[in-house]
Design a protein around this ligand. Sequence first.
Ligand SMILES: Cc1cc2nc3c(=O)[nH]c(=O)nc-3n(C[C@H](O)[C@H](O)[C@H](O)COP(=O)(O)OP(=O)(O)OC[C@H]3O[C@@H](n4cnc5c(N)ncnc54)[C@H](O)[C@@H]3O)c2cc1C
Length: 381
Amino acid sequence: MDFSWNHDEKIFREEVRTFFKEYWSESTDTPERSIEKNHAFEKLLAEHGWLTMAWPTEYGGKNATHIEQMIFREEATLHEAPTGGMGPSMIGPCLIVHGTEEQKKEHLPVIARGESHWCQGFSEPGSGSDLASLQTRATRDGDDWVINGQKIWTSGAQHADWIHVLTRTDPEAPKHRGISYFMLDMKTDGISVRPIEQMHGARGFNETFFEEVRVPDKNMIGDENRGWYAATTTLDFERSGAHRAAAVQRAFTRNLDFLTANKEYSTKGNNRILMAETATELEIGRLFGYRVGWMQSKGLVPNYEASMSKVYNSELTQRQARRFINMLGLYGNLSSHSDYSALNGLATREYMSTVSSTIAAGTSEIQRNIIATRGLGLPRG
Ligand SMILES: Cc1cc2nc3c(=O)[nH]c(=O)nc-3n(C[C@H](O)[C@H](O)[C@H](O)COP(=O)(O)OP(=O)(O)OC[C@H]3O[C@@H](n4cnc5c(N)ncnc54)[C@H](O)[C@@H]3O)c2cc1C
């Protein structure tokens, strides 16, 4: 593995960085307004061919390298800019591996243009870590399937155009072998969405209900009853990426600026040592992310390597938030409503919002199970 960037990659990073500085400013709008702003900006990224740059040109990509795509995503995260959500990062790459030619032609160019937004209907009230136990049922009816059931924690469903859903199509088969994977237009009759409010006030995810929802057979990804195997590809892509370390880096740089400007905090207790620890761990987290990008650039499919990157960086996200709130002392616990809050209550908000990072995309325990079984070859329990 070569740890340095080549000449073209350095130039590309500079180009992207300059672009974000010039055209993107972090949003202070209402969530609804932010969504509109994000979608408009994603179209601008698409015009540059950046949204899906490593995809083949016939599907709206630029045939760029995975390393360039990783650089783009890293810079976007450092600038807190949107990158198109699950279309470019999860369902698109999964369709490239498992989709039919018709599915690729229908969906990939639209995603590449920033014109369709996706959500993921995997988890159910009784099936999260043990996802293969899911109960949402799809029954064949002529050329269609009819779906009934409920999903939960569906991020962004209230704004999505399409959903990719796991359903049970053979209740008699062993649980992993009776699942089929579908794509559905969110406007289809019978789909309804109910937002869930999180403890820090955001409404990021939802319950999604399916009542007699018809979906044509051509919208099935992979073969009937073999959807699990395509869905694990989607999950591998979900857990991949250097963006998690970049998100920690963004917060770290901001905290560093704050401590540098406020000596009463930077000289307090062991705050400098805590910052040094995070800086060291950030280097490790970044390399985990780069390893995954490098594997993709060599045509390999990261699996337990993606889990290593995910578990390390999501736990680092929490450690960094916890350390910073402790560094600020009692002021760190105050919300933005208090005149005495440091950094406008940001430490408190970040501490609460990072709780979910070790749950989303599979919990830390599940990532460690994957590393132990698929990585180390240890037997399943
Ligand atoms: C911010 C966020 C966004 C999300 N977005 C989506 C989305 O868009 N679409 C979607 O489908 N889902 C989404 N999820 C759901 C997420 O995938 C699940 O929450 C996650 O898989 C865990 O499932 P669960 O909540 O049912 O917990 P459970 O599976 O009930 O787990 C409870 C606890 O038991 C532990 N545990 C369970 N099984 C084992 C085991 N075999 N070994 C060791 N420990 C175990 C878990 O690690 C956890 O600590 C999101 C979650 C969050 C937090």
